[in-house]
Write a protein that binds this ligand. Structure first.
Ligand SMILES: [Mg+2]
Length: 305
């Protein structure tokens, strides 16, 4: 049995600018054992090259751009597969522009077929232009549904979902959201791993810290899912969710030995929690993609992609 891993980054490998203890050794073990893996992130602003450099600065060496799959790349894959001759008007940053360019999808600010929204800052002028394009018939596509993203343990910033919400309100049109938890992200990532390994893999595991994106998406795409408790989810919150991970790990470091030896590490089975050992928390938290929960308390800054 050969396993391929899809791995979330923020809350699994690092938090803010600090590596999670054991994460570097885990990645080195994946590389040393030639275990297939792909980092999966909803952040559509950086390119895979940017992400490899970022991890190198954090002390993880040996990674190359091919180890990363972002929601921007997923958006470019989606458009080139479903509508190869389309044009786009983009609000987004380098990672999104580069991914669309690589797929040879032209930019058009007059009569584009899609307005594509990604992570990053914008201006009222760009929003007005996007609004006008949608009024002229462009469809609204968003790289990821996150309304907010963590900046530090005390600070968040608006995400692509918030920019899209502005245009949904102004045009009355509904957006389509790619990125996790959309199954298209998981299917394309799984296909990439399968292609590299010439279809040798029979098991795919998503490792993540966020129930609403990582675990939900894995469940819906039919993958195994390992939840780590080093990010946005606490054990106390587990009872709040309909879907549950296959297993729960204290941290990604718990998997290092398993990769080395091929023997399963100590971990909780997710269904144990679903069956009542994890108690629902007293009050729900607003999720970063939950646009209907305005009345709920401010989001936990730890909520990550
Ligand atoms: Mg995360």
């Amino acid at each position: 049995m050969k396993t391929g891993y899809l791995i979330d980054m923020d809350g699994v490998i690092y938090r803010e600018n600090n590596l999670i203890p054991g994460a570097a050794e885990f990645i080195q073990t994946l590389l040393a054992t030639s275990t297939p893996f792909l980092f999966l992130t909803n952040n559509s602003a950086p390119t895979p090259e940017d992400l490899a450099v970022r991890l190198e600065h954090l002390g993880v060496t040996g990674l190359s751009p091919r180890h990363f799959y972002t929601s921007a790349m997923n958006t470019a894959d989606f458009l080139s597969e479903t509508d190869p001759n389309c044009t786009v008007f983009v609000i987004g940053e380098g990672g999104l522009l580069a991914a669309l360019h690589e797929r040879k999808i032209p930019s058009d600010s007059i009569r584009p077929r899609y307005v594509v929204i990604g992570e990053g800052a914008t201006t009222m002028e760009r929003l007005t232009k996007a609004h006008e394009c949608i009024e002229r018939g462009a469809r609204l596509l968003v790289t990821n549904p996150d309304n907010w993203c963590p900046v530090s343990s005390e600070k968040t910033r608006p995400g692509a979902g918030a920019t899209a919400a502005f245009l949904e309100a102004s045009t009355g049109r509904r957006a389509y959201y790619l990125g996790k938890p959309n199954s298209y992200m998981f299917h394309r990532a799984r296909r990439k791993l399968s292609d590299w390994t010439l279809n040798e893999l029979d098991t795919f595991v998503m490792i993540g810290d966020t129930m609403e994106t990582d675990i939900r998406g894995a469940v819906e795409a039919g993958l195994q899912s390992f939840l780590v408790l080093t990010g946005s989810t606490q054990m106390d919150n587990m009872g709040d969710y309909v879907y549950q991970p296959t297993s729960i790990l204290q941290s990604i470091a718990d998997l290092t030995n398993e990769i080395k030896t091929g023997k399963a590490s100590d971990r909780l089975n997710g269904s144990v929690v679903a069956n009542g050992k994890g108690q629902p928390s007293k009050s729900g938290q607003r999720h970063q993609t939950d646009v209907f929960a305005f009345h709920k308390p401010r989001p936990r800054p730890a909520m990550t992609k």
